[in-house]
Design a protein around this ligand. Structure first.
Ligand SMILES: Nc1ncnc2c1ncn2[C@@H]1O[C@H](COP(=O)(O)OP(=O)(O)OP(=O)(O)O)[C@@H](O)[C@H]1O
Ligand SMILES: [Mg+2]
Length: 254
């Protein structure tokens, strides 16, 4: 039996005018698992993760994080509760170094803790901890040797990883990734999926991934939800889901 989910949706629905984008969707993410959402174009994957991230308000149903109903919370409030997401175009400061980019959220963190800033010793301790954590994360993503390089020197794939590194600094429980392998060459795509696997075991973070590159993604994930026309038509371990008749039909029928 898997542990109780860190994140789940319950009966989520969403319409756009006459289009039913989500129709009673239940998905869950277990702690320290890689969970993949697949489905043909227009099946509702992006709508689902936008509802989970708080960018879209569902017409019905609930989103629950760590036992708490977050359905009505805005994205930044969800972020504070440990639900983070990356963007298709990495949000980086290209003139800053790799390490500086990773340390950016540290300042936001401090702003919220003005009292701690006044306590100098606490500040120094935290700063040491933050830099240690930054290097731990950079090592896990094989970016540590580039810590001093400007972010603009990185390849597209490395920029995606750097954005992920920065998000990891806030110690999220769940990270939502929409097509992390899009536009990435096969060897780097395999590398990225490998990093996600080690992050989940080293840092205890869970991932909810939407991805079209099934040949690569399926090898690494623990659990899969297959969507078709706004519904989950199959779920389970990757090998079982890809053989499921409803999934085959969804891809063949379009
Ligand atoms: N903002 C919107 N306004 C109107 N219709 C939308 C909007 N967003 C999505 N849709 C429709 O909702 C349905 C689900 O779209 P969604 O983008 O969630 O699919 P998807 O599974 O992410 O597809 P893809 O694999 O192409 O990214 C589609 O019919 C789409 O046209
Ligand atoms: Mg999409």
């Amino acid at each position: 039996m898997s542990l109780s989910p860190i994140l789940y949706t319950e009966n989520v629905s969403k319409r756009f005018g006459g289009v039913v984008a989500l129709d009673g969707v239940n998905v869950h993410v277990s702690p320290k698992m890689l969970t993949l959402v697949i489905g043909p174009n227009g099946s509702g994957k992006s709508t689902l993760i936008n509802v989970i991230g708080g960018i879209l308000r569902p017409d019905g149903g609930r989103v629950v994080l760590n036992g708490r109903d977050i359905t009505k919370l805005p994205p930044h409030a969800r972020f504070r509760l440990g639900l983070a997401r990356t963007f298709q175009t990495p949000q980086l400061f290209t003139s800053l170094s790799v390490l500086e980019n990773v340390l950016v959220p540290m300042h936001e963190y401090y702003e919220e803790r003005v009292l701690e800033i006044l306590l100098r010793n606490a500040w120094r301790l935290r700063e040491r901890e933050y830099i240690d954590r930054a290097f731990q994360i950079l090592r896990l993503l094989n970016l540590d040797h580039l810590w001093d390089a400007p972010a603009s020197d990185l390849s597209g794939g490395q920029m995606k990883l750097l954005e992920l590194a920065r998000i990891l600094m806030s110690d999220p429980r769940v990270i939502v990734l929409d097509e992390p392998l899009a536009g990435v060459n096969p060897s780097l795509a395999n590398e990225i999926m490998g990093y996600l696997t080690s992050l989940r075991s080293e840092l205890g973070v869970s991932f909810l991934i939407v991805e079209h590159r099934l040949d690569i993604a399926l090898k690494f994930v623990d659990y899969v939800f297959a969507m078709h026309q706004g519904r989950v038509v199959a779920e389970g371990p990757p090998d079982a889901v890809v053989k499921h008749p409803a999934v085959i039909e969804a891809y063949l029928g379009g």
